[in-house]
Structure formats: structure tokens, C-alpha cells
Design a binder for this molecule. Sequence first.
Ligand code: MN
Length: 423
Amino acid sequence: MTNPNDPSLTSWIETGADSDFPVQNLPFGIFKTQSSSPRIGVAIGDQVLDLAIMNKLGFFDKIKIDNSVFTNQYLNDFIALGKQTTSGVRDRISQLLQSDNPELRDNKEAQAKVLHYQSNVQMLMPVKVGDYTDFYSSIDHATNVGTMFRDPDNALLPNWKHLPVGYHGRASSITISGTSFHRPKGQTKPNEAEPPVYGPCRLLDFELETAFIIGKETQLGDSISTANADEHIFGMVLFNDWSARDIQTWEYVPLGPFLAKNFASTISPWVVTLEALEPFRTAGYKQEPKVLPYLEYSGDKNIDISLDVLIQPENTEETLVSHSNYKFMYWTMEQQLAHHTVNGCNMNIGDMLASGTISGPRPDSFGSMLEITWRGTKPVKMKDGSERKFINDNDTVIMRGYCRKDGVRIGFGECKAKVLPAK
Ligand code: MN
């Protein structure tokens, strides 16, 4: 069988050079149409393949999966079948979509039942997220924040290079791209000498992140090694960890983020599998001092994923405010997962572990407005002439991500949400 990542593969479904979803990608998501219930789909070009109908029509007969797995509101049960099976489904779909395979290509009747234009479907949350963790693993981001708020000479706290710092977030407010939310309200302390006040957040920010989704559970007491971590990672999505900086500054001592982070997080709808990302692995950051043995790993474990952030003020065009890359991460996903479970903390399918803000070394690659405008001291210009220090009401923030190599572009689709005025 052909390798589904082979750059020379083409599909009988038109996928332009700038499409996020060539035949080498085949990400999984949950969608519904006006007449159908939620179900699993795979993105190909500007279309979605309906896996529930594909299974019903017998295209997956050799794999034998109960159709209730596909007519499901979430991917969790599908992911629970295990990588061998889910990879097998991806391989089979790849086969069926390849240019020289006539099975579906020449069956117009089946095509009419299983293919929808993405513009005609509604994407839903891909997984039921049980637990959500957010890390703080970009060295440029941590250095910027430490420089701004503490001491430029000791920007990183003493633990930072010894363990991937993180906190437990809240799963209930993770929403699918396209979901608007109201500007959060809360307690802030705008004036050092005055008591705190209550009101709408004034310093609303985005955090450019990715998140990985747990694909294999562990029991309480189990740990996952860096060598086995990839078996436990199903795939990745783009993740905007919306942050209320003024609430954060006042509340975070001594236990870390709370209400400044849990009012909304936005994810992209398509889960790009680790298998599809494999060709884009790249060397990790050189870690000095040497990490403890349980955090050591071998091979290229970073991934070259270009990441863009754009702000679209209401009724005007988008302005690019950051161009970063996942390869700038200091700690890898494998290390994050090994660290998270080293104490015996159990993982469940669908758990989401986010990278932390991904900043690159240059100001045009910073992953938050806090850094881009350096606490609001350097506003950025929008194409419509207005300026932003942070995010205004009715602004839409859009994140896009893609890998590109050997003429293949593996994209994530959009992670997009609009900020409504405070309720
Ligand atoms: Mn974050």
C-alpha cells in the first residue's frame, strides 16, 4: 500500500496548492448539515467526506467499525478504537481519494451521498474535552513576560528550564471556531494606590497556541515516557487561549491563572493527526542545562508549523499581527506529556493539552498582544487606520496554521472568534 504522506499523491478531488486539506492531510472533525445529525467527517480540498455514510455504503468493510462510532457527536469513541484502527481508516480514505482509484471516483451516486462542500456544513466541537491543561513552554514568550513584569536579567524563573511549567485550565469554556463570546468582566486593580474595582476587562488578549488531544488513556498511577508519548497523542488543533491581562495581573498570585483564562478558549475544528504531521518534524531546542532523565528524548520532536494571527475589526479587512512557528517551542509535546504523568496523573481520551503562547525570537513573531505591543506601549496599526493595544469589542481574531514541505501543505483550517461587548 502507498504511504498516505507521499508528496507525489494526488486526488481526483480538486485541492489547490494553497488548500489546507490535500490528500496527505485527511484531518478528522465533527460536522452536521441542515438535514443531518452530527457525524464524523474528513476534510478534503473544500469538501467534507461523511464517514457515517461511507461506512454504511461498505467502503470500510475490511475495517469493521460499528456505525454508531461515526454517527457520534464527538470523536472520542472513534479515537478510543486505537491508533491502528484510526490510522487504518485514514489509509483507506487516502486510497479511495487517490487519483487512480476508481471505487469512489467513478461512483457518482455514492459521491452525491458522501461529499458536502465545507461552506454548506456546520463544524462542531471535535472532542468532548474532559480535562484541559495549559503549558508555558515557549522560551521567547516566557522571557518576554519575565522581562516585562519582573527582571530582564533573570527573566526565566529558576524552575523554567527544568520542567515544562503548566496549570490546569477549564474545559467547559473551550469552544469551536466561529463561536463569539462576551468581553469578560471581573476584578482589576487599575490604580496601585486604590482598592480594586469591578467591571469589563480592559486588556483583552489572545494567546497563539496549539493543543494536542489525548488518544490513549492511562490509569491512575501510570506514567507515560517520552518514548511512548506519541502513542498517546491523537492529533493537534489550533488553540486561542483568550486572556484578560488586567484580571490576570491582580488575581494570579499565588496560585496562577483563574478567571483571566476560563471565560473562553477557541479551537480550530479539524484534528490534524500526528501521522499527517510526521513529515514536518524538526530538531528541538537545545536544552541547557541537561534535563532529568524522565524528560530526555531522542529524535526530532518539534514540528515546523507556520502560525499566523490576524485581527479583523468589524466590517473591514484582516491585518496580520504575528507570524510565528510551533518549532520555536522549548519543551516538546512528548516532554509535556511525560512531565504531566510522571506523578501518576491519569489521562483520558479527549483531554486537551495546550502548548502555551508560542512566540518566536522576533517582535513580528510574538504570540500575544501583550508582547506585540509591549504592554500597550507600541500600538499596532490596522489596515483601516485604527490602532490596537489589545483587542477591542467586535474585533475578530483569526489564527491559521500550516506545514509546508516538498510541495505539500498540511493546514489546520481557521481558529476564529469575535469579541462581543461585555454583557
Ligand atoms: Mn495560555
